[in-house]
Design a protein around this ligand. Structure first.
Ligand code: FES
Length: 67
């Protein structure tokens, strides 16, 4: 789904940016220029990035198993 119509950015692109290592909305915005024109997409884009960051942190444990 398109999140930013001004720049043609989709939710999949935002999620992929997080999976590729972006750790904040600022980093994703820098990478894709999302929310840099009219700004109407900023709230939704932030929510999507935050959800993906949370999903990533939930999937990686905070500990390492002893071998
Ligand atoms: S819709 Fe994203 S900057 Fe306008």
């Amino acid at each position: 789904m398109y999140v930013c119509l001004c720049k043609g950015i989709t939710d999949s692109q935002l999620k992929e940016a997080v999976r590729s290592g972006a750790s904040s909305f600022k980093e994703v915005s820098k990478q894709y220029d999302v929310a840099t024109q009219c700004g109407k997409c900023a709230l939704m884009a932030r929510d999507i990035v935050r959800e993906e960051i949370n999903a990533q942190s939930d999937s990686s444990p905070l500990y390492y198993e002893a071998v």
